[in-house]
Design a protein around this ligand. Structure first.
Ligand code: HSE
Length: 402
């Protein structure tokens, strides 16, 4: 029997309990052992809950119980999740988590501790919710040199952008509606400013490179400046606007990661990823492109990914599953040198200056009055910023992907 403790009986924690209970037969068969939820740690009591008797308030009960093999850390945040995870791993108890913040901040250390103590630190649910993406990168694409990952990794922003595209509505209005419906947090900053996607791409990039990609060094731009007018142009161009998180290993060996809104064409596989769905597009040098799609958030999809890690732990008691993510920090190329084409909106009266400064360009015609819009040739971010400064009066600019 594998005894499991769940730390945090919130949305994901209660989902973990529900998944283990509902799919008991399947899960036990696949684990080769029966899973037993022995404790649920939470500050609160849950009178009337079927698992009420399992609730404990003192983490020491869990740490001091030698029967506990696996801990599901579904608390979120860094503290005390970090301290609890570290303690558990030092005691040889495997930890399965959905906590992207903790994985992005302390991944290499926790993975090393797991290895030293013959257990596992697994984090399938930390990126893409229920979509299997950590496992494919770690264990399936092992014959590949992965040189590019592009993902829609945040459901909230994808929902907002999809609604803006469908309804022609402005950002603030859609955000308000999303908050009312419970799709967006009351404090939406981490999502709309791109911080959540930044941590997720840091995790994927670290697995791609085998070294540590610091999320603090990733250029991150959110969606708060995207307007209904931008979508009018996007539509006229046969494109959509998506918040992309990407990482690239370039031919010269340099590496960069970034999070920003991009205009993508209909032919792009991520074009039709709408609403709260996530998708990750991975490029390997032998396989070429592969894509992973599904529900990137929500109670049961996320819990399902946590439980899949528990099953992996059950199958590997006393053994550590290989995971390549060293402490050594990856040197990230400066965003200034990254090259893209840019979509630019200016006032109509700046047409002549825009042509003089940007040279070759493609004019974008849409049903918008008083503006001049165009697509630049491919250029570095630095070059673009210099030209935009010289022009002055840029109303908005959005990078183009493909
Ligand atoms: N806030 C996140 C999202 C939840 O919107 O995708 C899943 O990590």
């Amino acid at each position: 029997m594998i005894n499991v403790a769940v730390l945090g009986y919130g949305t994901v924690g209660s989902g973990v309990v529900e998944v283990i209970e509902k799919n008991k037969e399947e899960i036990n068969k696949k684990s080769g052992e029966s899973l037993n939820i022995k404790y649920i740690l939470d500050l609160r009591d849950f009178p009337g809950d079927p698992y009420e008797s399992k609730v404990v308030h003192d983490v020491e009960i869990i740490m001091n119980d030698p029967e506990i093999n696996v801990i599901c850390e579904t608390m979120g945040g860094i503290h005390p999740a970090y301290e609890f995870s570290k303690r558990a791993l030092l005691l040889g108890k495997s930890v399965c988590t959905s906590n992207k913040e903790l994985v992005a901040n302390h991944g290499p250390e926790l993975i090393r501790l797991a290895k030293e103590n013959k257990c596992n630190y697994l984090f399938e649910a930390s990126v893409g919710g229920g979509i299997p993406i950590i496992r494919p990168i770690n264990y399936s694409l092992t014959a590949e040199k992965i040189d590019g990952i592009t993902g829609i990794l945040n459901g909230t922003t994808n929902y907002i952008l999809s609604k803006m595209a469908e309804e022609g509505a402005d950002f603030e209005d859609v955000l308000k509606e999303a908050q009312e419906k419970g799709y967006a947090e009351r404090n939406p900053e981490a999502d709309v400013e791109g911080y959540d996607a930044c941590r997720k791409i840091a995790i994927l990039s670290s697995l791609m490179t085998g070294k540590n990609v610091k999320y603090e060094d990733i250029y991150t731009e959110g969606i708060t400046k995207i307007t209904a007018t931008d979508f009018v142009y996007a539509k006229a161009m046969g494109r959509s606007i998506k918040l992309l998180a990407m990482s690239r290993e370039c031919e010269d060996g340099s590496f960069y990661a970034m999070v920003a809104p991009f205009m993508i064409p209909m032919s792009h596989p991520l074009y039709s990823v709408s609403g709260v769905f996530n998708a990750v597009f991975v490029h390997g040098n032998m396989l070429g492109d592969s894509m992973y799609y599904g529900k990137g958030a929500g109670k049961l999809p996320t819990a399902s990914a946590v439980v899949s890690d528990v099953v992996d732990c059950a199958r590997h008691i006393g053994k550590t599953i290989m995971c390549f993510w060293d402490d050594e920090d990856v040197k990230q190329a400066k965003v200034d040198n990254i090259r893209h084409r840019f979509f630019v909106r200016t006032k109509a009266e700046l047409e002549k200056e825009a042509i003089e400064i940007f040279g070759m360009m493609r004019v974008v015609v849409a049903d918008v009055e008083g503006e001049y819009a165009f697509i630049t040739e491919e250029m570095s971010e630095r070059e673009f910023d210099e030209k935009a400064k010289k022009l002055g009066g840029v109303l908005n600019r959005i990078r183009l992907e493909a």
